[in-house]
Design a protein around this ligand. Sequence first.
Ligand code: ZN
Length: 162
Amino acid sequence: MLCPKCQAANPRGSKFCQNCQSILLAIPGDFLEDPQTVPLTGRLESVKDVCEMVKKGEITLDEFSAFLSSVSNLLAVKAEEITELVESSNYASQAPQEVEAGFKGMDLYEAGLTNMILFISTGDPAVLDEGLKMIAQGNEFINQAMELNQKASRNLQWDIML
Ligand SMILES: [Zn+2]
């Protein structure tokens, strides 16, 4: 099934796009042989939705774990890119507030995902809420970094999961 958002091909019956992590909701259609897929835009929204799904038992712990690792891999790649860029330039001294906010945001994302992974071993829904809270805070810092970036007409790409 093709992801309607990024057009990546995914195995039939996939719940998430392996490329962009959009949720692929299968809609049974009388006139369609293949299930139609509908993307939910925004990775943060996807994370929220997936947390709800695992709480309600609509996806398995394995699926939840696969989703979290794909998001956290993406985050790691993005963080490495940004770190390299910042370290190989004088960006941090030019834009200390932007860099601080951006890295704080990425740390919070990572901490949030780490919390959510605990759900797999503990089954405690509180770790999901705590994780979401951290990711939402992370989003605020990333937004701050992006605003500072735009004001200064620079083009470092902080948009990890927005
Ligand atoms: Zn996709």
